[in-house]
Ligand binder design. Structure first.
Ligand code: OAD
Length: 226
């Protein structure tokens, strides 16, 4: 199927970056074991304590800056090269797919390396030394990621739905498939005729509704099948 499919969609989650040394959210060693999402990854948390939220994202940026893309990321970039209609839908904000050479990346949860003003929504690259830094308009800058309770970037999400809806094959890699609407792309692709292949260390919320499982680390399995 992977050899002949002209339309392939991939959905990735934190698990694909685990072998690069970036902690996942759930499961053993997951970020949400040590931190409470509602204290760090919601608009209310940023309202209440912008400095702590900003510091937490700075800490994650430091972790990510030290990491390198792994063989799983690179295999997906290779698959894109030979697939006429390819979309890589990722829930990850780490930009390791970009660094591995993937091009058509739909970042449904944003990108941790971007900064957006909480007040005027303008994106900016230069940061003042404050924590959090301020935008020219006086508002606080925040990381350009999607927090719990926030809408996904509309145009990106629409593209992701379209790609999932027309795919002949969908690979679901390293996601616990517990966070919606992203997880909903898996049954959506299948209902629209895709063969869905899940790659994970263990069963997930969507394992019962996929066509094929490949259990193991994505950094090993993806290079093997691609
Ligand atoms: P999770 O942390 O929920 O799930 C990670 C998944 O990766 C689990 O199913 C693991 O079994 C699997 N896994 C771990 N190491 C792996 C490896 N080497 N190879 C293959 N699989 C492996 O991460 P996500 O599903 O990405 O949202 O979480 C979804 C969203 O929840 C995130 O985007 C984030 C978080 O809160 C926001 O920030 C909005």
């Amino acid at each position: 199927m992977l050899e002949t499919a002209k339309r392939i969609a991939v959905l990735t989650g934190a698990g694909i970056s685990a072998e690069s040394g970036i902690p996942t959210f759930r499961g053993a060693g997951g970020l949400w074991k040590n931190f409470r999402p509602e204290e760090l990854a919601t608009p209310e948390a940023f309202e209440r304590d912008p400095a702590t939220v900003w510091e937490w994202y700075l800490w994650r940026r430091e972790l990510i800056a030290k990491a390198e893309p792994n063989r799983g990321h690179r295999a997906l970039a290779e698959l894109e090269e030979r697939t006429p209609d390819f979309a890589l839908i990722t829930q990850n904000v780490d930009a390791l797919h970009d660094r591995a050479g993937s091009r058509r990346i739909l970042k449904v949860h944003g990108d941790i390396w971007t900064n957006r003003c909480q007040r005027c929504a303008r994106e900016t690259e230069t940061l003042s030394g404050e924590r959090p830094p301020r935008c020219g308009c006086g508002g606080f800058l925040r990381p350009g990621v999607v927090w719990f309770g926030e809408e996904l970037p509309r145009a990106v999400w629409q593209e992701a739905e379209r790609a999932a809806g027309r795919a002949e094959v969908m690979l679901v890699v390293g996601t616990s498939a517990q966070v919606y609407p992203a997880a909903g792309l898996v049954p959506y692709a299948r209902q629209n005729g895709a063969m869905v292949i899940e790659i994970n260390l263990e069963p997930t919320a969507v394992s019962n509704s996929v066509d094929l499982h490949l259990w193991g680390p994505s950094g090993e399995i993806l290079p093997q099948i691609i």
